[in-house]
Design a binder for this molecule. Structure first.
Ligand code: FE2
Ligand code: FE2
Length: 187
């Protein structure tokens, strides 16, 4: 398997979440009520899965290794755009949380803001994904030998393996208000 394989599968799951959010936008505009649980789960999905796990592998492994290669100006430009888009995606999720919190705290007027932020997300992500799937990932593979690609796939697996532990360590740390000691072998 090529290292872009898992990244592309992850894109497919992100797309399914976006489909759910499109339905939620319709529900908000039609019934004037928001499914807070869905939105909170979606926020966790975008933060833990789409950003930390997925963008994490892109930025901390694929882009890191690409930066060591003699990339064409075109590919370097796209990689810089992708990095900026990741930052933009985080900002969109932050704004969604802001609107959701207002709504949860009794400001019914925040409802259209939730719909607006959701709309921004469902419009932003497909374009980002398309750029990677159709214009970046495949040409990027040419910069790596088969051995390098295999090593990258292994690093992706190690990265993923750590995610569930990182996620729930953070949950505990947030409630404790302090960091928790990690085994010497972790991360
Ligand atoms: Fe990305
Ligand atoms: Fe991606």
């Amino acid at each position: 398997m090529k290292p872009i394989g898992p990244l592309m599968w992850e894109h497919r799951l992100i797309e399914q979440m976006l489909d759910l959010l499109r339905l939620e936008i319709d529900r908000i505009t039609g019934r004037k009520t928001a499914n807070v649980i869905l939105i909170e789960q979606a926020v966790d999905f975008f933060r833990t899965y789409a950003d930390r796990t997925h963008h994490g592998k892109e930025e901390e492994i694929l882009f890191r290794d690409l930066a060591q290669k003699k990339m064409s100006p075109e590919h370097r430009k796209i990689m810089d755009e992708l990095l900026r888009e990741h930052i933009h995606g985080r900002e969109l999720v932050r704004k969604l949380v802001e609107a959701k919190d207002l709504y949860v705290n009794g400001y019914a007027d925040a409802l259209p803001h939730i719909a607006r932020e959701l709309k921004e997300l469902v419009e932003f992500y497909p374009k980002h994904i398309e750029k990677e799937d159709k214009h970046f990932f495949f040409p990027c593979l040419d910069y790596f030998t088969e051995t390098e690609q295999d090593r990258m796939l292994g690093e992706f697996r190690d990265f993923d393996q750590n995610m569930i532990h990182e996620k729930y360590r953070l949950v505990v740390e947030n409630f404790l208000g302090r960091s928790v000691k990690r085994p010497a072998t972790a991360e």
